[in-house]
Structures are given as C-alpha cells and as structure tokens.
Design a protein around this ligand. Structure first.
Ligand code: GDP
Ligand code: MG
Length: 151
C-alpha cells in the first residue's frame, strides 16, 4: 500500500470539477486518507514547488496556486503514486490523452487541474508539508478485499 498527495488546483475548484475528479479516484478504488479545502500561502506554495524555483513559469505558477482555494488530499492504495499519475495524464492538457483528467478537461500547461506526487520521496515530503499526522485517518472500506485483493 502506498500513499500519495493530490491537489485539485484553483482551476479545478473554479470550474466545479472537484466532485468529478474525486469520483474518479473513488471509482478506481483509491481510499481517501485526508481531505481539506484551503487557500495556499505563498510560503507553502514555494516549498511545495521548490524543485521549479528559477524556471520561467515559477512566478506564474505560484500566483496561480495561491489565487483562490484548492482541495488537497491524501490517497492510499496499491501503487497509489503511479495510479494517480496515470489518472491525471501528462502535464500539458493539450497533449494529454482522452480518458485522463488533464486530457478530458484542459488545454493548458499551467492550468492542468490536478497535482499528484511523482515518487515515493515526493509523496512523503508533500504529505508532511500539507498535513499533520493526526489529519491522516486510519480506517478500512468494506469493499477493499474485492478492489485490491488477489493478484
Ligand atoms: P506535473 O508533475 O505534471 O504537475 O508537472 P511539473 O512538476 O513539471 O510542473 C509542475 C506544475 O508547473 C505543472 O503541473 C504546471 O501547473 C506547471 N508547469 C509545468 N510546466 C510548465 C510550463 O512549461 N509552463 C507553465 N506556464 N507552467 C508549467
Ligand atoms: Mg511534478
């Protein structure tokens, strides 16, 4: 079992697509471990996107992510990190394949609806950045044996 962090970015919230996005996570079988609506401070945005500091799009990205609220959460499941990245699709919405969140709902490189951790190291760092340990809930869903069991 892995945990991964997702963010429904401001464009996702503004376009009323949060329910659609979380529905896809639930349908796939991922389990919500944490969830909150919040406005992102500049300090948190800069820490979250530290790997992109200095790139030409960095300032625009920070402005975008801090402008209006996001929904941020943690998902758990078999190979949750790569599963979430697959559900999201590649960065540029215009190139993302149909069936993915970015491919179905966007045309932009920046306003691509969703963030997902890209590795186990990123997931651990990002979960600790956005949530306190007590916000991460430990529970089971009744159908998990069927969703994730077997080979
Ligand atoms: P991700 O892991 O697919 O989200 O992509 P990256 O880690 O490479 O970039 C982080 C975020 O920065 C992306 O999700 C976009 O919102 C934004 N971004 C990435 N590349 C570009 C770009 O070339 N131009 C602009 N304007 N934004 C970008
Ligand atoms: Mg990334």
């Amino acid at each position: 079992m892995q945990r991964t962090l997702f963010i429904c970015k401001p464009d996702c919230v503004q376009r009323r697509l949060v329910g659609e996005v979380i529905r896809r996570f639930e349908s796939k079988g991922l389990r919500l471990v944490a969830l909150k609506l919040m406005t992102v401070s500049r300090a948190l945005a800069e820490k979250h996107y530290a790997e992109h500091a200095g790139k030409p799009f960095f300032e625009g990205l920070i402005q975008f992510i801090t402008a209006t609220p996001v929904v941020v959460g943690v998902l758990e499941g078999n190979e949750a990190i790569s599963v979430l990245r697959g559900l999201m699709g590649p960065t540029n919405g215009a190139a993302a394949p149909p069936g993915t969140i970015r491919g179905d709902f966007g045309l932009s490189r920046q306003n691509n609806l969703i963030h997902g951790s890209d590795s186990a190291e990123s997931a651990a760092r990002e979960i600790a950045l956005w949530f306190t340990p007590t916000e991460l809930l430990d529970y089971q869903l009744a159908d998990e044996h069927y969703v994730s069991g077997g080979e």
